[in-house]
Design a protein around this ligand. Structure first.
Ligand SMILES: C[S@@+](CC[C@H](N)C(=O)[O-])C[C@H]1O[C@@H](n2cnc3c(N)ncnc32)[C@H](O)[C@@H]1O
Length: 418
């Protein structure tokens, strides 16, 4: 047996450790993979994401073969191996690599015999057992509040959407139908272009030319709720990396794109430059910004629990108390954002969260203390009646459009100032 292993598998095990043992976000952890070739980096991220999506199933497959769960890294090697073996990975390569990754570490080398024995058993039984295991559930810290909000059938459907992952969604600068045709994608009823099996994004036609940008179908809705913004001054208060800024600029608005993070604002600049669109960039705190605009878009920082399809690391990182602080920040931002809207102007508030405390509740609170605000009916192509929230906003969920590949979870509401 050779003692070599695929750098992508080894990096995937490292990533799992950073997420599961050190509570790092997968994206943040992946920034440490710069020494890998781009293809290995992409493969490592895919393997880590697949393992995180299937973690509950992997643990259920492994349990009968372990007297007690081994230490973190050994367990992560086993989990990665279990998921690969269950989902079509070539047994010889997967088992050899997992054993060799263990052999290369001082603390794990002593466990290579166990890894070899367990994974060889799983190679035979895992593919069949995998199919009948239940869809992985969200952890209790998140499942409890979601069941309270949406009911257990809805949460089960959301979990199925999370487990399926997400297709690649694209917003076109000008002509969605033409971009859909050029990319061989589907044009969704809301105007987003969807590719089920995209491959490398930067290699797709029209990327270099800046004809489009990647943006989930749900994430494309808040800017649309602002209606016709041609020639209007629009403030995008939490703008980076800039998907909504690009939409507003493409729709002809005079956009001011503000963000607290200089590093993230640099991504807005890159995206504007690639697409040839224009916006005024401001590095600053939304809570301190002043001015008067025809329209304001507040896409506030949130738990991002609506994006679990694409970020399977999220449920495994206890957000706990952080969510309380985010809810307070969102309320303060919303209260300030409304002061930046001219009389007669509009504000759209949005969060990519599944928790009503980060969405519906803010609008309810706001309307209770601001009689000068009116909720506008969400109007844009493709909106389905089931998406309309009882409060009058728009509630999008990952289990919607399940026949089309789902969408991110989002809440958004459009307000008008008298
Ligand atoms: C949900 S993301 C925005 C996504 C963006 N609207 C888009 O469509 O690409 C939230 C953003 O809020 C920014 N942010 C957090 N606190 C802020 C603050 N106090 N002032 C301004 N921006 C802030 C973060 O840096 C982050 O880029």
């Amino acid at each position: 047996m050779s003692n070599r292993y695929s750098p992508a598998r080894k990096a995937a095990v490292d990533l799992l450790g950073l997420v599961l043992n050190d509570a790092k976000r997968l994206g943040e952890a992946a920034s440490k993979l710069n020494e890998l070739a781009p293809a290995d980096r992409a493969a490592a991220l895919r393997l880590a994401a697949d393992t995180l999506r299937g973690l509950e199933r992997a643990d259920r497959l492994l349990k009968p073969h372990l007297r007690k769960a081994p230490a973190g890294r050994v367990m992560n090697i086993l989990r990665l191996g279990a998921v690969e073996l269950a989902t079509g990975g070539a047994a010889h390569g997967v088992v050899n690599d997992c054993v060799n990754i263990a052999a290369a570490g001082k603390r794990t080398a002593g466990m290579r015999g166990l890894i070899n024995a367990v994974l060889r058993k799983l190679a035979a039984e895992a593919p069949e057992k995998w199919q009948v295991l239940r869809v992985p559930r969200l952890p209790k810290w998140l499942r409890g509040p979601l069941v309270d909000a949406w009911g257990s059938d809805a949460v089960t459907a959301m979990e199925a959407a999370h487990f399926s992952g997400a297709p690649l969604d694209i917003s076109a600068k000008h002509d969605p139908a033409a971009v859909a045709e050029a990319l061989g994608g589907t044009l969704l009823p809301t105007g987003t272009i969807r590719l089920m099996d995209a491959g490398q994004v930067t290699a797709l036609p029209g990327f270099e030319a800046g004809d489009w940008w990647v943006q989930d179908a749900a994430a494309a809705m808040p800017a649309r709720l602002l209606g016709d913004v041609r020639g209007q001054s629009v403030l995008d208060l939490c703008a980076a990396p800039g998907g909504k800024t690009l939409q507003l600029a493409a729709a002809g608005a005079e956009v001011t794109a503000l963000d607290l993070s200089a590093a993230r604002l640099a991504r807005v600049e890159e995206n504007l430059s690639r697409t040839g669109l224009r916006a005024k960039l401001v590095e600053g705190d939304a809570l301190e910004h002043s001015g008067q605009y025809d329209a304001v878009l507040l896409d506030a920082p949130c738990s991002a629990t609506g994006t679990i399809r694409r970020h399977p690391d999220l449920p495994h990182i206890q957000l706990g108390e952080k969510i309380g602080a985010l809810i307070e920040l969102q309320a303060a931002m919303l209260a300030h954002a409304i002061t930046l809207v001219k009389p007669g102007g509009r504000l759209v508030f949005a969060t990519c969260s599944l928790l009503p405390d980060e969405g519906e509740c803010h609008i309810e609170d706001m309307l209770a203390v601001h009689p000068e605000l009116a909720l506008l009916k969400p109007e844009s192509a493709g909106i389905e009646a089931t998406w309309l929230a009882p409060d009058g906003g728009l509630r999008l969920r990952p289990d919607y459009w399940s026949d089309k590949g789902g969408m991110d979870g989002f809440y958004m509401a459009a307000l008008q100032k008298a």
